[in-house]
Ligand binder design. Structure first.
Ligand SMILES: Nc1ncnc2c1ncn2[C@@H]1O[C@H](COP(=O)(O)OP(=O)(O)OP(=O)(O)O)[C@@H](O)[C@H]1O
Length: 770
């Protein structure tokens, strides 16, 4: 039996004498208190008051007297389900000296919504709301695009008909000179909704100039601004595809990440359309003389709310002022006298309105479905409404903190049990450290306790070589880098690996990791690999991948950690169910106040979320661990416990992974305190059971003992976060983990983000923040 093996599920009578456990390691005080606890001896203070305080406050954080009563301890939910037999795990396990018994299924809090009626089964599937229009009435030509451009869309890009938002925006922007705010669901084709009219208008200028024609140094006519480099690149690819039918027009990017000199050279050669990040454009406007913006007549601000979230307000204000000041009448016939600005966003909130004030005048509000406008004005207060593609099937899983890791594993096991049912899944977590930890957990083999790179001589040599290569790699063109070369376990970056935890021989799954703390070229290469993958793949990531990215064949989005704001949630789940396709999303919520989030999920739908489904940890575990063939003699609870214990032992055996778990845990707690103020009542750090949570990071330590060099002390950390949550100044500390995607409307939050961005090196910062 393993050294810290366990005996589980053995019923014992009350008269069984507990063997005395030996306690090793730690300070004498820690050993004594561990011993006392095991003997149920009252706390160190004889008055008993401390004992009570401690037992009610496992996190050792200062709790105000009005703290809600501790949730009643209950067993697993078999009882809730009306299952008569007493679960084995609810019985007291018999421990052997020095053995560690898993308490995975004990003392878990109970759900508040367990008795909610289930949604109707066989309810009709909702019709897609973001698909291309198939009525045949609206074609790209009927909307006013030239036959040349429409033919190009059909034959080269295989786009037969416009989407609803494209229909509305093309019609408006071709005939009107006024500014516009384009708002439509995720995955509804907003990029083409602004690019098509813009390209058409510039193509028309060519006709106006007759035989002289337009060419790359005729002038810069349009600028598209997007918050991250990845988005800029994505937009620029779509734009270049469009311009293949007008090859005299040239588009380019200035997004940082390369030498400014080469960007300047590109600007000097001449561009007609420029895609840029605000920071980099502002820099060129100040320092690059060859950047002539006197002819700019179209300005697009894509992902408006994100631009504001990331603290670009000042830059944007400066850019708009400079464009105004430097605008000159154009010698090219047909160039409009005034500039049209288009603001684009899937969500409409305060900061988008503020951006509108800065950049727009007399703007039209362009929506996919004009009927929404009426309905929305009726629900003026409810700005969350109607933002989720109707065909997107959402579910929520009520999972206690202790069962989170095993439940996620079980969910993914079940998801990939059959080949072909799900191609790609994105798992969102709150921080970069957590991404790294889960990547390692899922890419290790069950039962394999060794460190992945078991540095033998060959490997050491290989590592040294790779380290040298890494330096060279960073200089290479990022597109050419294949992160598979760096497959975990041997790679330095190790962003792609086999997902051993939920692969089957029939359906091997690949796991990717992505967050803002990875070098830019690794992020791009990893994203490309996930995007192009034709096999079952999972990407564990932070909100770095939440916005705007158009990744094909994403069938499922799992929000393992709920988003920091409901807006972020909308964007995250919007990575699936794009352009009329099906998609599923599942969010993990803990029993208790987090269940309040279900109301927010419901609000995203026109029908109040009738098809929203609920599941719980036991159901997930049964379906995930109960059906796997490993050791058929065991039931799902045993298998689940074995799996958890195996991960814990692996962490204990490998200090590197143990530290990874601790880091992930600490960063997770900090990130938890940064939910936006309006939603903090649902994500209340006071309600978070840190001891239980630690288990989901494979930790057996007590929360107060989890200290990682370079991070704040566990206990102190929790105190500070708790204090911050109480005083309302949290919401802004995500930078520590490379994550700052909260859509906080608080002024303080905005300022904080701007500050964070300043601290990141130059133009390279944009993507790091997400
Ligand atoms: N008319 C169309 N017919 C078919 N496919 C289209 C059409 N328009 C756009 N698409 C495709 O739909 C996908 C989503 O488009 P896009 O990324 O512009 O959506 P979006 O509304 O900007 O989403 P998000 O809000 O998430 O940024 C892209 O793959 C695009 O090629």
């Amino acid at each position: 039996m393993a050294d810290d093996g366990m005996l589980l599920n053995f019923a014992i009578g009350d008269n069984v004498i507990k063997p005395e456990a030996k306690f090793k390691g730690g300070t004498w005080r820690a050993r004594l208190s561990a011993k006392k606890r095991s003997q149920h001896i009252p706390g160190e203070n004889s008055d008993g008051s401390k004992r009570n305080a401690d037992s009610k406050n496992p996190n050792k954080i200062q709790i105000p007297t009005n703290r809600p009563a501790k949730r009643q301890r209950t067993g697993d939910s078999d009882a809730r389900d009306g299952n008569r037999h007493r679960s084995q795990s609810q019985q007291q396990p018999r421990r052997h000296p020095g053995q560690f018994a898993s308490s995975l299924f004990t003392s878990n809090p109970e759900s508040k919504t367990a008795d909610e009626p289930k949604p109707e089964e066989n309810a009709e599937d909702a019709k897609p709301t973001n698909a291309a229009l198939v009525d045949g009435i609206d074609t790209f030509t009927s909307l006013g695009l030239s036959p040349n451009l429409a033919a190009h869309l059909l034959t080269k890009l295989e786009l037969k008909a416009p989407t609803a938002i494209q229909k509305a925006s093309i019609e408006q922007l071709l005939k009107e000179e006024s500014d516009a705010f384009i708002q439509a669901e995720t995955g509804s084709g907003k990029t083409l909704a602004y690019l098509l009219p813009l390209v058409q208008r510039i193509m028309d200028l060519s006709k106006a100039t007759k035989e002289a024609g337009l060419h790359r140094d005729s002038g810069l006519f349009a600028i598209v601004l997007a918050p991250t480099r990845e988005l800029c690149k994505q937009i620029s690819v779509v734009l270049e595809n469009l311009l293949r039918c007008a090859n005299w027009l040239v588009a380019g990017t200035v997004i940082g990440g390369e030498k400014k000199k080469s960007e300047k050279a590109r600007l000097r050669k001449g561009l007609n359309i420029l895609v840029a990040t605000p920071g980099r454009l502002a820099d060129h406007l100040d320092n690059t003389e060859v950047l002539n913006v006197s002819n700019v007549r179209w300005l697009v601000l894509d992902e408006g709310d994100r631009l504001m979230d990331m603290g670009f307000e000042e830059e944007l204000q400066g850019i708009v002022k400079k464009l105004d000041a430097r605008q000159r009448p154009s010698r090219i016939p047909g160039v409009p006298t005034r500039r049209t600005t288009v603001l684009c966003s899937a969500t409409l909130k305060m900061n988008v309105q503020r951006l509108g004030e800065i950049s727009l005048s007399d703007a039209m509000h362009i929506k996919a479905n004009p009927a929404d406008e009426d309905e929305e004005s009726r629900n003026a207060k409810d700005e969350e409404s109607f933002r989720v593609p109707a065909q997107l099937k959402q579910s929520y899983a009520i999972v206690p903190a202790k069962l989170r890791l095993v439940s996620l594993t079980a969910y993914l096991k079940r998801t990939f049990i059959r080949k072909g049912s799900v191609m790609k899944t994105i798992v969102f977590v709150s921080c970069a450290d957590s991404v790294d930890f889960h990547f390692e957990v899922f890419s290790r083999k069950y039962g394999d306790r060794r460190k992945k790179s078991n540095d033998n001589d060959d490997e050491k040599e290989k590592k040294v070589e790779e380290k040298k290569d890494e330096k060279k790699d960073e200089k290479k063109d990022e597109e050419k880098i294949d992160p598979r070369k760096n497959l975990s376990p041997y790679g330095l970056h190790g962003t792609i690996a086999a997902a051993e935890a939920f692969s089957t021989p029939a359906n091997p799954v690949t796991i990717h990791r992505l967050h803002g703390s990875l070098p830019q070229h690794v992020r791009t290469a990893t994203l490309n690999s996930f995007s192009r993958s034709q096999e079952a793949s999972v990407m564990v990531c932070t909100d770095v991948a939440a916005r705007g990215l158009d990744l094909p064949n994403v069938d499922l989005v799992i929000e393992y950690d709920p988003a920091f704001s409901s807006d972020d949630h909308t964007h995250r789940i919007g990575r699936t169910a794009r352009l009329g396709r099906d998609g599923r999303a599942c969010i993990f919520l803990q029993p208790g106040c987090e269940e309040g989030y279900v109301e927010i999920l419901k609000r995203g739908y026109r029908d109040g979320g009738k098809a929203l489904t609920r599941t719980d940890a036991n159901e997930i575990l049964k379906r995930g661990f109960g059906v796997t063939p490993d050791s058929l003699s065991k039931n799902w609870e045993e298998k689940t416990t074995d799996w958890q214990m195996d991960v814990e032992r692996w962490a204990l055996d490998n200090p590197e992974y143990l530290e990874m778990g601790r880091r992930a845990y600490q960063s997770h707690v900090r990130a938890y305190a940064t939910h936006i103020a309006a939603e903090r009542k649902m994500f209340d750090i006071k309600e978070l059971h840190l001891g239980h949570l630690a288990k989901s990071f494979a930790l057996r330590d007590r929360p107060g003992k989890i200290n990682v060099p370079g991070l704040r002390q566990g206990k102190e950390d929790a105190k500070k976060d708790f204090k911050a949550a109480r005083t309302g100044v949290a919401g802004n500390k995500r930078k520590a983990d490379g994550d700052a995607s909260a859509s906080n409307t608080d002024d303080a939050a905005r300022k904080m983000r701007a500050k964070m961005r300043e601290q990141m090196a130059g133009g390279a910062s944009e993507f790091n923040l997400a």
